[in-house]
Design a protein around this ligand. Structure first.
Ligand SMILES: C[S@@+](CC[C@H](N)C(=O)[O-])C[C@H]1O[C@@H](n2cnc3c(N)ncnc32)[C@H](O)[C@@H]1O
Length: 451
């Protein structure tokens, strides 16, 4: 333990509920554990207090923020006894920005802490534990994001631009000049966008920006209520071109290129697959973790030329296409039509004739779908945060040997895993993935095998 360390974060108290004094609490609390969203957990006379910015093993002073019947919320104002795992936050916006709020925990311990938290949730909520816990999939600490979404506001007071992410605990935007988790070209756009916007008298028609980087080029997509003046469009286009991006406008109902389409694609080196995408498509934000995740998925599924695979929530074919070359056939299912079209195009471009893609809402009853009636012996699931319970309940009739679940929400994974176990599977292999370093988000990969 290191003694007495200065305050790293002092987030604003919630405005919705007034701060309360804590006369009935001790001045210093011991932190016993970390909550799944990255706050320190302390107990006082049976009540739980979640303290943001505090780590297990620490003694901290704190300010109570919001009181609830069963627990209270607070933020750390002074670290009296610091954990060995405490690290000095690297980013200037730490404590104000709603993004990377785990920076006070050393990067190497972030992923091991997340691993413990997920395993705990699986045991507590799902009542199961994986047979083997394998090494986490690691990420570079900084400059790992190849896509992001930025909020844009124009201040009425002086017309200046606010470009950045939401403030911690608030829906308000924080003006950000640099973000160290973004790949360099994205960070350059973030830094220079405000001064370009401010050359126009008004840019209130631009509500946010989405920036994504492919292997060759990037796309700067501005969500607009109406088209900006031609002069502003031209300057935005110059900014995009300067950093090897193409400018797009997203009108809500359609996305149009301002001056030619960007060549947006990324490689999957282990299988020699090239994946093309368009602005607005879902892509995995961390390229290095994505490549390792696909390699591990292929290895765990023990693919062979007799396998008939179903890839549910397939997006533009991120798993489907690399898997296709190893198996007899694979079908990918996705809810967004444009992504289904892109996936089919990607199959053609990669000369893959044994994969097909279909559009379906995977929360619906799918038993009448022609693709559903085909047999599959291995299934991959990569659902959004809400999980995949509806479709898992409909998988029974396929009796797959293996289900590989890619999860971005441990609570949904615990619930869905419990259903798979009920259906006769065993959770055999598990690992966490450091897809979003310095945030409390955690991705995991878990293999269920029929007993
Ligand atoms: C976590 S992403 C994974 C995409 C892809 N597997 C990848 O690795 O890039 C989840 C995908 O599920 C799709 N999706 C979300 N809800 C869906 C639903 N109810 N039915 C079908 N697809 C859905 C999203 O459009 C998104 O492409």
């Amino acid at each position: 333990m290191k003694r007495k360390q200065s305050l790293f974060s002092r987030p604003k108290a919630s405005k919705t509920k007034p701060s309360k004094t804590h006369t009935d609490y001790p001045e210093i609390l011991n932190i016993q554990a970390l909550s799944h969203e990255g706050r320190g957990i302390a107990k006082h006379e049976g009540k739980t207090i979640f303290i943001s910015g505090a780590l297990p093993g620490e003694e901290v002073k704190y300010q109570l923020d919001t009181k609830h019947r069963r627990y209270d919320e607070a933020f750390c104002t002074e670290v009296v006894t610091a954990s060995e795992q405490r690290s000095k936050p690297h980013c200037d916006y730490y404590g104000q920005c709603g993004g990377c709020d785990l920076q006070h925990l050393d990067h190497t311990h972030q992923i091991t802490t997340k691993e413990t938290l997920v395993i705990d949730q699986l045991a507590r909520l799902g009542k199961f534990q994986p047979t083997t816990v394998e090494a986490p999939i690691n990420s570079p600490s900084w400059e790992y994001r190849r896509s992001c979404r930025l909020g844009i506001n124009q201040l009425t007071r002086d017309g200046s631009a606010i470009v950045g992410f939401r403030r911690k605990g608030s829906s308000k935007l924080l003006n950000i000049k640099h973000c160290p988790v973004l790949e360099k070209p994205l960070d350059n756009i973030l830094s220079e966008l405000p001064e370009i916007l401010e050359t126009a008298e008004t840019f209130k028609e631009i509500t946010h920006a989405e920036i994504s980087m492919g292997e060759h080029e990037g796309a700067l997509t501005l969500r607009i209520k109406k088209r900006p003046s031609e002069a502003l469009c031209e300057r935005l286009n110059q900014l995009a071109n300067k950093h090897n991006f193409k400018l797009y406008f997203d009108h809500g109902h359609k996305v149009e290129a301002y001056e030619g389409e960007a060549q947006l694609d990324y490689p999957i080196p282990s299988t020699g697959t090239e994946i093309s995408f368009k602005p607005g498509d879902f892509i995995q934000v961390n390229a290095q973790v994505n490549n390792q995740m696909i390699e591990r998925a292929i290895q765990w599924l023990q693919l062979n030329k007799n396998d008939r695979v179903l890839d549910l929530f397939c997006g533009i074919g991120n798993f489907t296409l690399p898997i296709a070359s190893q198996v007899d056939s694979i079908i990918g299912i996705e809810g967004v039509e444009e992504m289904v079209d892109r996936a089919n195009l990607n199959a053609k471009q990669n000369l893959l004739s044994n994969c097909e893609f279909h559009k379906a809402n995977l929360t619906n009853d799918l038993r009448a779908m022609p693709w559903y009636k085909k047999g599959f012996n291995k299934i991959l699931l990569d659902p959004p945060r809400t999980g995949a319970l509806e479709i898992i309940k409909q998988l029974k009739q396929h009796s797959p040997e293996m289900v590989l679940y890619v999860s971005c929400n441990p609570a949904a994974l615990a619930r869905d895993g419990a259903e798979l176990i009920e259906q006769g599977f065993q959770a055999t292999r598990f690992c966490v993935m450091d897809m979003f370093p310095h945030t409390s988000h955690v991705e995991s990969l878990i293999l269920f095998e029929r007993i």
